[in-house]
Design a protein around this ligand. Sequence first.
Ligand code: SF4
Length: 377
Amino acid sequence: MAQETSIPGLYVHIPFCASRCGYCDFFSVTDMGLMAGFMLALVGEIDACRGEFREFDTVYLGGGTPSLLPLQQLERIMDRIRRVFRILPGAEITIEINPADWRRDELFAVRELGINRISIGIQSFDEKELALLGRRHGREQALRTLEDAAASGFDNLGLDLIYGLPGQEFRQWQASLVQALAFEPAHVSCYELELKPRTPLGRRYEQGEFPVRTEATQRDFFMKTSEFLEGSGYIHYEVSSFARGMGMASRHNQKYWDHTPYLGLGPSAHSFRDGRRWWNHESIGDYIRDLENGKRPVSGREELTAEQLALEALFLGLRTSRGIHLGQYRSRYGIDLMAEKGPLLKDLGRAGLIDIERDSIRPTRTGMAVADSLALL
Ligand code: SF4
């Protein structure tokens, strides 16, 4: 059984969006009338977790659109979290921001709440691409939000971008990257557009409205993006994540990749501890109802077997540049990878997908590009 190795992280899901983007399959609703009930329920859930988790060194306010919450509500959440849990000195506290609904004066106020990292959902600087994605903001709003964020003194500033849009050429994508780097962000996340069937864009794709994207094209974008950002001084430390030095890597996200415990609050949020995973209702009504009835709003749970944990650790580890430390893997999961999969790993090494070092295996850039299939080894 995997043992806890470090301090847990806290995730809070704010399930509101002013409108739904065409590619998104995260849980959120557009009915702001549910906000008051949600806030009461969230405070109840925070209280209900007292004792189960005691301290955190990362807090992540995600969504949904946390920046839609009025400032007083953000303050209420942070205050309750701090009353119930110990947030360690130096904790990384992140909020996701949508350029469509953020104002400069609020950025200053957010800093006052102790939030020290912002992650801005820019996605693209191209008007046509933003429209295709169904984003509510345009290029000018994206630029202004980044300028404001820099002016308000956030030095740990991250932004999210999406590539691989239908018909997009690399030079168009690179223009967004170049524009992003002009702000010298500490962190850049580059997500390949996934056309999931339950999203409007996914349905349009299934109806044949967009050309089929070949794996070779996707890989080409991935490789060139990695080369470009690494050539610009960023470390490609996880399949989608780049940081200007490992000190700027997302401490919170790293917990998801190495089986560190985390608590997720809010509808649809997932939690993990000691090989157990559980998740909340993907419905604000069910979430509120359970908490009103004094119940935890959990809709499902699973206990991972030792084998599942080991496989998951392999899958997640091979998505990060740090890779897998063989000794730590052996002591945590009871498996000697070189003894059990030595010939296969050597084949992957010869194919240029992983580097095998004395005490660890790490994916190469090419390996990261096919990280999902590497895990099937
Ligand atoms: S991408 Fe973000 S803003 Fe758009 S619908 Fe999803 S959660 Fe809401």
